[in-house]
Structure formats: C-alpha cells, structure tokens
Design a binder for this molecule. Structure first.
Ligand code: PHE
Ligand code: ZN
Length: 849
C-alpha cells in the first residue's frame, strides 16, 4: 500500500524550492472561531532551483485576499495549497486568511486548549495557519504581531513593542516554518535567569495556568542545568534574550522545540513531589534538555527535508542521554536506554512497521516520529562516537556546527563532517541509515595454546521492502576475564564490518571468559551460547556494569523461556545469583532495582516467536508471575532487609541517589506483597508524602487484588489534578488481571473524568491496555475490539494520536491462528471505514501488507 499510494513522497524525488524567503511578517487577530492571519512574505528566486513553479502549502484556510507587490491577485487554489504566476524576481506576497482554532481538534496548526491559544507546526502544521512554502529547507527571519485581549501573548525570538491588546516579537535567526510558535492565554510565569558563557543575560520563563505555579521549580532548574551543560560539553551558547516554555494540556507528543518558545505537554514539564514520581522527574529533566539542545541540533542547523528527521532527533536524543548520564548515572541510564530500545525499537524492527532510520518514502510524515528514528538514530550517533573516539567526535561536531550553521542539511553532510574531521571513511557505516532491521551477531569461541579467538558473524533478517541485507559496521566492545574473576583484557572495541570475522587474543595463561558487547556498544542482538554458570560468573565479576546487568537478564530470560516452553519452575541457581547481586551494598541501589526487573511479557513473546513458535500471552504472563513469586519466596529475607534499610528519612528529593533507593525499596515492596500480603503496602500508602511511594504502594495492592479503599481515596485526593488522574486511570488497567483488563478499561471510559479528546487521558487508558500484554491479547478478543472501537471514534478528530496508537496491533503476525484472525478482523474493520485519515490508513495498510 505504501509503495503504490499516489500520495507517497519519496526521498529520491527531492528538488530544491523554486523560491526562497528573505523575511516573513505575520499579524494574528485572535478569535476562537475566526482568527485572521495576515502575512507579508518577501520571496526571491532560488538560484539553485530547476523550475519557477510558485506553490504555497495551505490546508483548511479561508483565503480572504492576496496581493503581489501590492496589487490584488487571485491565486489558483489547488489540492494542498495555491499557485499563481509569480515574477522571476524578488517580490512581496501578502495574504489574509481566516482559520477556526476552536474547532481544531487535531492539535496541529493553531488550536485551543483550555481557553488558551497555542500552535504545533512540526512537521507540516504551519500550512494550517497560512499559505507558505511549508518545507524545512526554506528558512527565514519571522516578525510577528499578535492582537488579542488575553494577557500573555508570546511568539518566537525577542520581544518587541507591546501594549493594550497586542504584542510584537522578532526572531532574527532564520528558521523553517515548522519552528514557528504562538501562544496566547491567561498564564502566569515562574521566572529565572541565566548568564551565558559570553556574559549575555537571558530571561527564562515557564508559563503555566495559575493552579500549576507550584509545579515549575524543577523544570526551571533542569533548564538552567541544560544550558550550562551544552556550553561546557558542546561549547554551544544560547542566542536570544529570552527563553520561554509553555505548558499545555492538550498535546499529541511530549514537547516541541520552537525557537525560543518551547511548547510542552504539561505531563512533560510540571512536577511537584506530591504529584510526580521519580520517573516523571527524570523524564522531565531529559525532555527539557532535549528541547533546549534542539536549539543547536535542529534549529540553528536544521533538516533539508523530513527524510532527514534523524539528523536532528537521533543527535538530540543522544545528547539528552549523555546529559542524563552526567546528571545521574551513566551505567543506570545505559541500561534504561537499552531496555527501551529492545522493548520498543526491536519490536518495531521485527514487525511490519520496520523502516530505516532514514526512511525512503512516506505517506504521512507524522507516522515517522518513531523509536527507530529517535532511539536507533541516537544509537548510530553513539556508535560513531565510539568508532572515532571522544576527541574525533568533538572535532566532528565543531566542524558540523561551523560549516552548517543557518543551513538545512542531510545525513550525507553530517557524515562528511565526521570524515573531514577524522579522516575516516564512513561509506559502509552509512548503511546504518538506509538499512532497516536489527542485526544478529553470532559468537563462536576457540581456545588453543594461549590463543583465544572470537569469531563474530553478522546477519540481518529481511524487512518490508528490503529482502537482502549488507554487512554493517558494528563496534563490539569486548573485555576478557580470567577464571578467577580478574579482568585480563580490558575493554577494547572490535570493528566487525564483514559478514564474518575473527579476532585473536594472545598470551593468555588460561581460557578466558568473554564479556561481549560491553556498554551495549551497538543496537544488535547478540547470539551466544553461554552456560548459566558463566552468566552467574559474569553477574558476580564483570567490571562492565551493563554486561553485569545483562548476565542477570540473560539468566532470567533463559529461566522464563524454560518455564514457558518446558513447564519447568523457577531456577534456584538464578534466584540465588540475583540475591547475591541485590544484597551487594557496593552496588548502586538504582542498579540493583534494575537487576530485579524481569524481561517484559512482550519481549518474551518476541523471543518465543524467534524460536519458531507462536507465543501464548497468558502462559507468558503466568510464568513471569510464577518467577516473581519464586523470587519473593526464596529472597524474602533479603528483600525485606533491603526494604527496611533503604528507606529515606529526610524530606523528599528527586535527585538520583534518593530516587535509586526508592526504586529499590519499591521493587522489593512489589515482590514482597505477592507472598506476604498487602500490609506493608498499605502502611507505605498511608505514610507516603510523595507520589513515587504513594503510587507504588497502590500498584502493589491492586496487583494482589486489594487496594479498593486506597483507589477510592486516591481519586478523592487527586480529582482536581489532571496529571495525577492520568496515573489513576492508567494504573487500574495496567494492574488488571489479564481476563479483566478489557472490562476495566471499558468501565473507565464511562467515568465522567474520561475526557477522551485529551491525548494524555486517552493514552492513559489505552496505552495501559496495550501495555498489559496478556490483557490485551486475552483470548476473547475483547481488548482488540474495544481499542478498535475507540480508535475509530478518535480518528476523525485526532488522526495523529490515533495512528500512533494503532501500533498496539503491530505484532499481530506473531500469534496463533485464533488471535491472528481476531486482530486481522479489527484491522480490516478499521481499514474499510469510510473517511479514515491518511495517517491511520497508512499505518493499518503497512500492518496488513
Ligand atoms: N520535535 C519534537 C521533539 O522531538 C517532537 C514533536 C514532533 C512534537 C512532532 C510535536 C510534533 O522534540
Ligand atoms: Zn526532538
């Protein structure tokens, strides 16, 4: 379907714009149903263009009038925009259009959220605001005038004149239209300031509704830390007099990096100890950093076209990962990132939605803001850094910024900066951008007379549209341990670039134990025959924290696979090794909490599918619960000691050390509740003065079928806090027993607070439903039907969020005939619905292909 859809856009069809823009002036006369947008755009012929066809994008706009150089013109309105005979010289185009923000439920373009006006223009939303060459390779300075009675009127850049009912803004930095933003509302600011490395004072504001002013302090500190970090680590300074962040309740994504005016989903910025968990605080710190870092990687240097999305997103994710590592713990962050990559990106890569980090075609670009573009894109940057070293990376980035500041560039430009700065040939490495799929790396070992040989073989399974794969360059970080546990060969990076390659280590006195893919040095699946004894040895002795954790994870996975496929029970050997790990007081509590995290049910389903069997979600769930019971049984003493000794007595702080202790005690609590009942969790619930402990206690109770009173109390306590109520909705579905999940979700959709048009609330319920693997795949098919019903209801209003949520079905081909039939029926029901959005129809089409 993607291949033949007439609306498909191809990377290979790129042509430069016929006209460039020297300057834009916009005036907004805000009114809920009839906002007038006046534009004055100075065009100039592009000397590099091949034609002179003048085309402006425009969607859902009522054209009032248009002028060229002051003379009225009548443009021809065509599908997706307008054309007219334009001069082959510089000229000014003016237009007046009318739009209806109040009825804009897609949350793209100019829309309303709780009485405020706000915009979302990435990727192609600006065309819903006015006629414009809405493509990222057209960059221009913007001047904006907003007319409205609302007290706070914001746009990009520096503030200009303002007075009764109006405000003006000027952004001197040329930018593509997707970075445009406007906000108007009854807002209050939490303010701060920052002095940049060259001594420029920047006013910082976090704009929120009055009721949220107590949830801003953490975000403001995160912003300052981000600004300092980008100066210190990348030498990048902020470039305007103000930096504004606005929190909005209705938003399709996490946040948006509009120049000088970042707009955030309120869930990605607002936090107080009572309302946000440790995980929320960490996520908020990372997203604030991410959006701030885009100022250089995305805004000053932007993308030539949307196929290059990973140019800004992969790099900016990599930067925010480095930042979080520096602020907290590199080891813990790396493990979290690997868990996410495996759970979400490997899942995508192994199914019908697999696509290259730089896709070659799309129908709707919004469907390509994926874990592959973002997270695998970040892994590629990490591999580059490993291959050229820290110094080479620094030089390459300096060259990239120096060469391309103010430009809209491509992945080729990015790689050329690395080649020119380091002298390294990256032509084979570039395959990481064009080839989809997760490489498998198979390991064979040989030992004779003091020589240890590792033979690595790589192979990438076919993905849609790419039956044959080429070898990629895989940096494999390896260390060797002596049988006594000492490290004999410290970490070195082997470069696997052929289909199969051997690497020899000489002068060893005994056969070593290898620790391969240290630090998760490449986004690949390692296939290695390893005994449980070797894994337990690595869990005890590996000096690389990632592989130490990985050894425990491998043990858990092997045990779970045997329980599921052979009906065996929990393995005492694994549990005892785990017990030694979590009891080791030299280890970071956050790391020990990660040791206790078992592979997820979806990850196990994929692993079973790869052994050639259809996974049974119910059996997987039961095995995983049985192992949790087994751990709680056998390690009860250790767990209750950890629970008691790692409690924090002082006031709540979201910083990493305390958060790590809470994640350890909460992991212990969840296990202990299984075997010892709900008393401990009830006590924690009563005593909790922060959301992390309150919600963990509630979750522990719900998972053992208790906590009804607490659930009610929670609702009464938090009914006025939207973000907390999202947790209340989501947790009930997440903690439901598989057979109850669909009914729980359905009952919640009838709750008066289930505001389904709010993406956060919709996702709270249905994201949790698809995340409850055994509940989602319950044999009755009730969850499939319920989700499909609601997706069909949401699609006409908000195609973007609907399309994203169809991914719940993307693994359907793994399952048995009954489930496949049930899911296929829902996919076909959606596909055949009249008027289905382009977004959703592309996703369903790819899944059915
Ligand atoms: N560019 C945003 C980010 O990653 C994500 C986003 C995309 C937000 C599209 C809204 C719409 O930071
Ligand atoms: Zn981003």
């Amino acid at each position: 379907m993607t291949q033949h859809d007439p609306r498909t856009v191809y990377l290979r069809d790129y042509t430069p714009p016929a006209y460039l823009v020297d300057e834009v002036r916009l005036t907004f006369r805000l009114a809920p149903h009839a906002t007038r947008v006046l534009s004055e755009i100075r065009f100039r012929p592009n000397p590099d263009a091949t034609g002179r066809d003048f085309f402006l994008h425009g969607e859902g706009l009522k054209l009032i009038s248009a002028h060229i150089n002051g003379a009225q013109v009548t443009p021809e309105l065509i599908e997706g925009g307008l054309t007219l005979d334009a001069p082959d010289a510089s000229f000014t185009f003016e237009a007046e259009v009318e739009i209806d923000p109040e009825n804009n439920t897609a949350l793209e373009g100019l829309y309303r959220s709780n009485g405020m006006y706000c915009t979302q223009c990435e990727a192609e939303g600006f065309r819903k605001i006015t006629f414009y060459p809405d493509r990222p390779d057209v960059m221009a300075p913007f001047h904006v005038r907003i007319e409205s009675d609302l007290p706070v009127l914001l746009s990009n850049g520096n503030p200009g004149a303002s007075g009764e009912g109006f405000a003006e803004w000027s952004d001197p930095w040329p930018k593509p239209a997707y970075l445009f933003a406007l906000v108007a509302g009854d807002l209050v600011a939490h303010s701060g300031s920052f002095t940049t490395m060259s001594g420029r004072d920047v006013a910082l504001n976090l704009w929120v509704r009055e009721a949220d002013i107590d949830k801003c302090a953490f975000g403001m500190e995160a912003l300052k830390k981000s600004m300092t970090w980008d100066e210190e680590v990348y030498g990048r300074e902020y470039d305007l007099d103000v930096f504004n962040i606005v929190a909005v309740d209705d938003f399709n994504m996490g946040a948006m990096e509009n120049k000088g005016l970042n707009i955030f989903n309120s869930s990605a910025v607002l936090a107080s100890p009572a309302t946000a968990t440790d995980a929320d605080f960490e996520r908020i710190e990372a997203i604030i950093a991410h959006e701030y870092f885009h100022n250089w990687t995305g805004n000053r240097v932007t993308c030539r076209d949307w196929f290059q999305l990973c140019l800004k997103e992969g790099l900016t994710v990599f930067r925010d990962q480095q930042f979080t590592g520096d602020m907290r713990s590199h080891a813990v962050k790396r493990i979290d990132d690997a868990m996410l990559l495996r759970a979400a990106q490997f899942r995508e890569d192994n199914g019908p939605l697999a696509h290259p980090v730089r896709p070659e075609s799309f129908v709707e670009i919004n469907n390509f803001y994926t874990v592959t573009v973002y997270e695998k894109g970040a892994e590629i940057v990490g591999m580059l850094r490993r291959l050229v070293g820290d110094e080479g990376y620094g030089k390459a980035l300096d060259l990239y910024f120096e060469r391309h500041d103010g430009q809209a560039v491509t992945i080729e430009d990015w790689l050329r900066a690395f080649e020119d700065a380091t002298g390294r040939d990256l032509s084979q490495f570039a395959r990481w951008y064009s080839q989809a799929g997760t490489p498998r790396v198979h390991v064979a070992e040989d030992w004779s007379e003091g020589r240890y040989t590792l033979t690595l073989r790589q192979e990438t399974p076919p993905t849609p549209g790419q039956p044959d794969k080429q070898p990629v360059v895989i940096p494999v970080a390896v260390g060797l341990l002596n049988p006594n546990g000492d490290e004999v060969v410290p970490t070195q990076v082997l470069e696997l670039n052929e289909a199969e390659q051997s690497f020899a280590f000489d002068g060893l006195s005994a056969r070593p134990v290898p620790s391969i893919l240290r630090g998760f040095s490449a986004p690949v699946i390692l296939r290695q025959e390893q005994s449980d004894e070797t894994r337990a040895f690595l869990l005890a002795h590996d000096t690389d924290p990632f592989n130490k954790w990985e050894a425990g994870r491998d043990l858990a996975r092997t045990n779970l696979m045997a329980m599921i496929q052979d009906g065996t029970g929990p393995d005492a050997g694994y549990i005892d090794a785990l017990g030694r790990g979590i009891a080791d007081e030299t280890l970071d509590p956050a790391f020990r909490a990660q040791l206790l995290a078992l592979p997820g049910e979806d990850e196990l389903a994929q692993a079973i599918f790869e052994t050639g069997h259809a996974p049974d979600p119910t059996a997987i769930h039961e095995a995983r619960e049985a192992l949790r019971h087994g751990i709680a049984d056998r390690l009860g003493d250790v767990l209750s000691r950890l629970y008691d000794t790692h409690q924090i007595t002082g006031p709540y702080s979201p910083e990493a050390a305390d958060a790590g202790r809470r994640s350890l005690t909460n992991a212990a609590l969840s296990l202990l509740s299984l075997t010892q009942g709900g008393d401990r969790a009830r006590a924690q619930y009563r005593a909790a003065d922060n959301m992390t402990q309150q919600i963990a206690a509630l979750g522990g109770l719900l998972r053992i079928g208790e906590g009804e009173a607490e659930l009610k109390a929670f609702e009464d306590q938090w009914s006025h806090e939207r973000l907390v109520m999202n947790k209340w909705f989501g947790l009930q579905v997440a903690a439901s027993a598989p057979r109850d999940a669909a009914a729980t979700a359905e009952a919640l959709t009838a709750h008066p607070a289930f505001d389904w048009k709010n993406p956060n609330r919709f996702r709270a319920v249905f994201g949790a439903l698809s995340g409850n693997a055994a509940g989602f795949h319950a044999p009755s098919g009730a969850s499939y039907r319920l989700l499909a019903d609601w997706l069909l209801k949401l699609d006409p209003l908000n195609p973007q969020t609907t399309a994203r949520m169809t991914q719940a079905f993307s693994t359907w081909k793994r399952y048995d005939a009954d489930r496949k039939t049930l899911i296929r029926a829902e996919l076909e029901r959606i596909a055949s619905t009249e008027g289905l959005s382009r977004d959703t129809s592309e996703m369903i089409g790819r899944m059915l292909a």
